[in-house]
Design a protein around this ligand. Sequence first.
Ligand code: UDX
Length: 475
Amino acid sequence: MRITVIGCGYVGLVTGTCLAEAGHQVVCTDNDAERVQTLKAGVVPIYEPHLDGLLTSNMRANRLSFTGDADSAVNSGDAIFICVGTPPKENGDADLSAIDNVARLIATEVHASKLVVEKSTVPAQTGQQLKRVLSVYRRDSAVEFRVASNPEFLREGSAVEDFLHPERIVLGVEDENSEKQLHEIYRPILEAKFHCPVHWSGCPSATPPKLVVTTINSAELIKHASNSFLAMKISYANMIADLCEKVGADIKEVVNAMGLDPRIGPQFLNAGLGFGGFCLPKDVQAFVRLAERSGVNFNMLKEAEQVNKRRIDLFMEKIRQALWVIKDKQVGILGLAFKANTDDIRFAPSLEVIRRLLAEGAQVRAYDQEAMDKTSAIFPQVQFCRGPHDVARDADALLLLTEWPEFRQLDWTRIYELMSRPLILDGRNLLDPATMMDIGFEYHSFGRPVEKPLPQLMPSASAMLDSSPSISQQT
Ligand code: UDX
């Protein structure tokens, strides 16, 4: 099928490239001329594993192309996927102006009937507005627009894998033709039969995804409800971590056992600095606003948002407790991206931590595998290092802010020797406290013991303790 993708950001690039990989003829367009030029040269302007290889191979096979000419692009596809940004406004609402612009462009420039698919994350009922704009601005009354919602569930860092091997494909449709057309577009993925050229680890290619056909309103709500639930899960784990610190329990032990219950599941229960990125924080805000406007009290979600904001305060308090005076201290940072396997720093907790450290007069040094260029544009006063050892050299404290698995494998004994004061504040609960403390570090994380566990009591000693009178018996 011929497909047009409008918007060449994360979602648009992954959607366009993967639909081309699935055998369709795809034209992508964007109003950022520089971005289009870069893409025409086969260069992917973002870091996303496997995307560059698939993009260039599909361009070479003439299935994927990029153009700045939006008018011709919208006319070339039988289906148009809208993948433009919906950033948060000051009040938390999703800014839908890009969707509105694209809708008016399609309505005025298109000369034949089309299926218009919302792929961008939008609040419920946007599809209804989209239909209205398309019909109000339509120039040619013979042209018919059908609208569908097809939300994406792509995680940055594994977006290509998520697109080609999803657990579910949600189609919000209002007529049989749209459903058929979308089914045809996704057929190779639904059948999980097409040859996938990227044999990355964990590829669950044998399991075909579930197809979920709903109304447009439901499809839109599914996306916001899913991301908000994930955010609540993280905030819940973070509150349990705080409680663990108070009662002397270990958050890892608690969530490991909780996650064994299939009704709960093990994922998204990692406590630490909380969630960042361009999706979860903005989707939670937009969902809260949608609930408010609809007269539904969703305080539960508002609290999840507040819990997340307080993670940074709590982390700063831990730094202050350990370091005492922050001014003039050499603070090393490992990890800047909002999570591992991405160069994305949008709404990354690291940014707020750095801002506060600099405001308190710390000397900040940092390292990240992928996100240093983007961060240096915001914080020119930070010294960016070639590797973790340079960050650790003469540092008074080392902060772990992103869960890059590579940080686990570092030579921590060497790092211990390099530091001026062997102090680690692990904002992602990435390292093992006992191992760190054995090396000699003062080690702090979230919801885990700060002291080494006591050695197991000898049976005779524990028997003695059991038989000794308790304080209440004595008094
Ligand atoms: C998210 C959704 O997962 C995806 O389905 C949707 O389409 C887009 O938004 P993404 O933004 O790529 O994907 O990030 P995600 O993997 O969800 O992580 C979000 C944040 O939560 C990160 O900052 C991560 O570090 C944090 N996180 C995640 C935790 O703090 N604890 C966890 O247990 C999991």
